[in-house]
Each structure stands twice: as C-alpha cells, then as structure tokens.
Design a binder for this molecule. Structure first.
Ligand SMILES: *Cc1c(COP(=O)(O)O)cnc(C)c1O
Length: 362
C-alpha cells in the first residue's frame, strides 16, 4: 500500500467540479479582489468562529503582522510566544517591530506552558501570542488570568486550529484577535495563499480593515502605513464552499485520531495527549519517539509517508543567529523526537488500519 503523508489533489477531489464552476463564475464576473465573494466569506467565517468581525488577508503571516501593527505598541515592546511554534509566529512579531520572548512549551501538550509565562513578564511586555499548535487550543483560562494580572493583550495564532474548541468557544474567539491561514494543507485550505483575522474589538477592527489595504480608510485616502494583503475573490469563493464541509471534515479527523489513540500500541512511541480529544481538530497527529529516524525509515519502507513538524527549532535556525546559543531543552527535545503520520480527509478506513498495524509491528 502507498499512502502519501498528504495529497492536496486527493483532499480537493470532492470539490473539483464546484471549484471549476466557481473559477468560471469569477472570471466572467470580472471583479477579482475585495468583492462580494470576499465579504460573503468574511461573514460566514465570523459566524463560524462566533466573532463580530472577520477580515480576509493574503496569508497567515500577514494576518499576525497586521494584528500586531494594529495594536500599536511602543517600538521594541516584548511579545511572549511559544519557543516551539512555526517560524511565522515569531517572524510576525519581528516584522511588526517588536521583540519575541520565547517560552518553553509543555511536553504533555506541546503548547505554551502557562507556568513559564509569568517568569518572563517584564515592564516591556505587552502581549502573549499563543499558537494553538497541531489543532489543540492553549490553556486559555490560565493565560487570560496572567494577562489580566499584568495588563497584557492576548492574541491567537489559529493557523492550525480552524474549528477547535475551548470550553465551548471556537478558536479565533478566545482572545483580542486571531490570525488564520488558509494555506492549502490547513484544515480549511484554499488553492493558493489566503488568510483571515477575527476579532470582537471594534477599534482594532477598523485599523485592521485599513492596514490590509495600504492603510486606506477610503479610496486614495491613507490613515496608516499599511500592507497590500488582500484576499482575492477566487480563493474567497473556494473557501466559502469548503467552509460548509469544515465541521464534517474535522469530525472525520477526530474519528481517525481516536482510532490511532485507541489502537496504536507500541512502547517505542508516545501518543499525543487525549484530554481534549473532542475539542481538538487534529491538524496534525504527532508521535514522539527516541527512534525517530529509524521509525521514519521503517514507515517509508512500508509505503507510509511521514513529515516532521518541525525538525529545527526557531532558536536554532540560521535566521535567528542571536538565539543559537540559547538553551531551551523541552523545545529541543520536541524538535528531535516528533514525527507526523498521515491524518487527513482523504484517508480510507483501510489505510487507517494499515497505518495502525504497521506502527504496531515496528
Ligand atoms: C501555516 C502557519 C502560519 C502561516 O501561514 P501562511 O498562510 O503560510 O503565512 C502561521 N502559523 C502557524 C502555526 C502555521 O501553521
């Protein structure tokens, strides 16, 4: 059996005919950027998340940059962030003109460890930017509690958590503002780059709306120094279509996760935390093992594709030379030991069983 880690072609197969019709419709209409399809998607996604405002942007990185710029903190303010997040979260802080302060995650959940946040709060700290990594929401009660105590803003990087819940609320509605990515491989994926920002804050919303379009408040009038970061009509219309299926897609992901969690039995691998199995949206299914290279070789030899999210921690990247000597043992352990196995809506029951059996036979 050959099972790719993820085939974008296969996950979009059920939408193929409707996507072709959408593209044709937009081409014929002749309005390509910031139009009705974009508005419709913003309304639908705001409703999905349970928030007041949603704004389409060009990608997930821009979503975070725009939120941080709109917040207008003094230059060189410090923003607290998980050390094991995807590089975009950290780049967004830097590109908005602030200083990322890295915090170790929990080895249980792979999410920012709120017990470590308070240790790094300083007089320059302005916000905590949490990442709901792998499709699991952060411990928002503890984080909000710390934020209140020190008068900090809280923002979410929800790029891996479309539809994830925390105490009944949906990711994107758990902080002052959230950034989403609709990169093709995400739980809700476009057929190109796309992103969105959600917020309940009217003041922030007004600035975000301008910042994504050169800082323009009305045509050829510029109140802020903004970006060009707009969602196009074709991607918006495709996202509108795929959004209708997102709850069912996430439910199928939970089913696969629960099969893996119940049936994978191998002392050499550590399974993900199951405390919130039905609230998580299982963007990725992460195994942790000391024998990673060997396990990957074995799975690949049996036709099972794998990936690593992520092989090198941000503080060990050449891009962040100033951090290369820093020691963050939990983050480093995670990056040395994690491996992702296939979990996506194209997997068949047969393939899922084969993946379980193969891992059990390792
Ligand atoms: C994908 C991703 C991003 C960036 O999204 P882009 O659309 O690729 O810019 C940011 N943060 C996390 C956690 C992601 O997974």
């Amino acid at each position: 059996m050959q099972i790719p880690f993820l085939s974008l072609k296969l996950i979009n197969k059920p939408f193929e005919v409707e996507i072709q019709n959408i593209v044709k419709e937009v081409v014929e209409k002749g309005w390509y950027i910031l139009g009705e399809k974009g508005k419709e998607f913003e309304q639908n996604f705001a409703k999905f998340c349970g928030v007041k405002h949603c704004f389409g942007v060009a990608n997930g990185l821009d979503a975070l940059i725009i939120i941080l710029k709109a917040s207008n903190f003094p230059p060189s303010s410090e923003i607290i962030v998980a050390a094991n997040t995807y590089i975009a979260t950290i780049l967004a802080i830097k590109q908005a003109g602030y200083i990322p302060v890295l915090v170790e995650p929990s080895l249980e959940t792979y999410l920012i460890d709120s017990a470590n946040i308070e240790k790094v709060v300083s007089s320059k700290t302005k916000a905590i930017l949490v990442t709901h990594l792998y499709g699991k929401c952060c411990d928002m009660n503890s984080i909000s509690h710390i934020a209140q105590k020190y008068n900090l803003h809280v923002f979410e990087d929800a790029a891996q958590a479309h539809g994830a819940r925390y105490e009944g609320k949906i990711a994107g509605n758990l902080s002052d503002a959230a950034g989403f990515s609709f990169y093709p491989s995400k739980n809700l994926g476009a057929l190109g780059d796309a992103g969105a920002i959600t917020t309940n804050n009217d003041e922030l919303a007004e600035k975000i709306l301008a910042l994504r379009n050169y800082g323009s408040s009305k045509k050829y009038v510029f109140d802020y120094q903004g970006l060009n970061s707009r969602l196009d009509e074709i991607q918006a219309a495709i996202l509108n279509l795929k959004l209708q299926q997102l709850n069912l897609d996430n439910q199928y992901r939970r089913e696969i996760a629960s099969i893996y969690l119940n049936q994978i039995k191998n002392d050499k691998v550590i399974l993900p935390n199951i405390d919130t199995i039905n609230d998580d949206v299982w963007h990725l299914f992460i195994l942790r093992t000391e024998y990673r290279d060997n396990l990957i070789k074995f799975l690949n030899s049996k036709g099972i594709g794998t990936d690593i999210h992520y092989p090198i921690p941000p503080h060990k990247q050449k891009a962040f030379e100033e951090w290369n000597d820093k020691s963050l043992p939990i983050t480093e352990k995670i990056h040395h030991e994690v491996v992702s196995i296939p979990l996506n809506t194209a997997l068949t029951k047969n393939e899922i069983n084969y993946i379980v059996e193969t891992i059990n036979s390792y």
